[in-house]
Design a protein around this ligand. Sequence first.
Ligand code: TRP
Length: 410
Amino acid sequence: MNGEQKRVFSGIQPSGDIHIGNYLGAIKKWVEIATVHDAIYCIVDNHAITVEFDPKSLPIRSFEAARAVMACGINPEACTLFVQSHVPEHTELTWLFNSVTPLGSLFRMIQFKEKTRSALRKALSKKSGGARATILHQIKGVATTVLENAAQIGPDLAALDPTADPNEDLVARLNDGMGNIMQQLQVGLGVSNASAGLFDYPVLQAADILLYKAGLVPVGEDQEQHLELCREIAERFNRRFGNIFPAVARIPGQAPRILGLDGKQKMSKSLGNTIGVLDPPDMIEEKMARAFTDPKRLRKTDPGRPEVCNVFTIHTYFTPKEICAEIETDCRAGKLGCFDCKKIAAKHIDVALKPIRNRAKDLEANPKRVIEALDQGAERCRKIAGQTMTEVREAMGIGPGALKKSSIGG
Ligand code: TRP
């Protein structure tokens, strides 16, 4: 790769509607980069099957994601767009990478911990269902064990903290101890009910990138830890089997981190706090009307604090600079109320999204253009992936080529 222009790779989940967080955090950058680099963009359906999914709708979700990405300005003439599972080498390389990935590194992945916790919550919130029954059964098992050992918990807690006052209320200490136990139980239950695939998710992501020897990855800040793991895998592989893979760097998007309309959590489809890039104008307005602003501002006449207001942050990405400056002044002065401010934001978001919506409509009428782009994309990717895998298999001593090159095949 040395001396050559670096290749770019990025991926996006086919998880329902693509939202303005995806757009500002990554896709807008994808469009820009594709004009200067060899860029490969992937709809990661193999990643999507690591959590609950419906096989009937999965291919449609992948198509819809491709359509939305193209509507956002990704031109398949200028770059390569494909669906991950159409290139089987991704899963093969994942398996080989598994053998150079320390379990400890995977256990540190924040996204895994977050996803297992939210999956646990989701499973428990269902009235019925296999997952809920399994988890309740597990909890019952743990509760029984705890009760059986209850007599020992008091002294154990005291032993853990020798400075504790022995006269301190045992119940309070027990409560503390139980809080800890409950927390660990939650993590444990979440992890044990997650699929092995969810745990291995970042290894598949490393394979995605390195299969094409891509050195640049435009993704949101939340993916930094996964890229660190990708670098670790490449280094370990290179050290053991020969120098095949490049160093990987992240390219940040336009917005470092877009919060959802709740103003607290990352914008995410599963949290229901998004504005979709294809949302119609009335839906944008309605969603913005519900968006959280400065929590301390109760009346219009209260002076607002744009620096803590998520709606103002959204303004900075969609509303022209001069208008943003006016909004900032009027908000601080208690002249512009949140209601009107959000209306203005909705209007400018709509101006930005309208051309995307229009392109999406065209593509809806011409689905063949999406399918053909994906077919051509996969064909090109299979060629590159095939070359890398030949190198990798030989370096690791597997596959028929390696046998032929061995002393026996000789
Ligand atoms: N994990 C990424 C996300 O959730 C998606 C992804 C999968 C990806 N494979 C990738 C991103 C490879 C960049 C490169 O956003």
